[in-house]
Design a protein around this ligand. Sequence first.
Ligand SMILES: NC(=O)c1ccc[n+]([C@@H]2O[C@H](COP(=O)([O-])OP(=O)(O)OC[C@H]3O[C@@H](n4cnc5c(N)ncnc54)[C@H](OP(=O)(O)O)[C@@H]3O)[C@@H](O)[C@H]2O)c1
Length: 328
Amino acid sequence: MSAGLRWGVLGAGGIARQFAEDLRSDGLGLQAVGSRTREGAERFSTQLGGIASVYGSYQALVEAPEVDVVYVATPHPLHAEHALLALRAGKHVLVEKPFALNAAQARAVVAEARARGLVVLEAMWTRFLPHMVRLRELVADGALGEVMTLVADHSQQLSADPTHRIQDPALGGGALLDLGVYPVSFAWDLFGAPLTIDSRSVPTATGVDRQTAVVLAYPGGAQAVLHTALDLAGRNDAVVLGTDARVEIAPTWYAPSTLRVVRPDGTVLEEFDGRGPGRGMQYQARELERLVREGHQESPVLPPGESIAVMETLDEVRRQIGLAYPGE
Ligand SMILES: NC(=O)c1ccc[n+]([C@@H]2O[C@H](COP(=O)([O-])OP(=O)(O)OC[C@H]3O[C@@H](n4cnc5c(N)ncnc54)[C@H](OP(=O)(O)O)[C@@H]3O)[C@@H](O)[C@H]2O)c1
């Protein structure tokens, strides 16, 4: 067990279990779980081989004095509400992606964290993976020349059950917010604010986006060509094109992966293997622990302001494709 933070998991669902496993295997301090029901929390604890504190409500979890940081792993429309719950109880928060349902909610969360001097970090785990760290170094060092293009896809064949959260408008369903957020966040990481956003989409029978394509254009002529689908098993690779070299990220680009740096004549300049133990969700947790330990509130790798900006881009894509969620 580390001498670091004591983590509480809010929402005992699928990704929460994987995150908790990564925390444990990385030696980080999984302390508590909170579920809407006592049974849900107990079940989660059993699946994890036992967790010290088990709470049958989210309120009890965020108020627990032995919890330092809350990981919010509920469906997207609840991220802001649950992040605010934790912040108002004085806890740092790691909030699953998408950071919120929309930019307005994202702004409210960030304002609360700043007002309270607490750390808030979006759990866009991809940003913190070793191969993405290496990619940022290559770009910063000028190894690619002028970076002109990103082509990235995130397509998975997920549940066709109309009541599954991926299909359900009430739970923020659709490819864009669940999967498309990855390539959109990648484009923000690489190029910053887009000059223009152009989107096309096809809906599911339930009225969320089934597949969506987005082209982002930047000052200086760079372009990001992004695609996402929720019922197609994609290759899920990504390529960054520069004037001097390209970077090919092998499938699955948004999880721990490998990359190759290739010159225009085909010469391979570098092969980097960023694969490691676990699912790869531990790096973001370590980053949050570092921020707290060193007295910072915002990660330079993914500042909260950029999580808001990503939501603004997703809002604009949704405006263009006519996708609004209940209550918006
Ligand atoms: N980082 C990643 O790789 C990754 C992967 C998958 C999903 N995610 C994100 O994580 C979030 C959760 O996804 P998931 O796949 O883990 O979903 P999930 O398996 O359905 O779990 C969500 C949990 O939220 C809680 N919850 C609270 N209110 C709910 C409601 N009204 N309906 C349903 N559940 C409710 C439930 O926990 P209790 O019953 O215990 O309260 C439920 O188990 C999503 O925002 C998704 O985008 C991230």
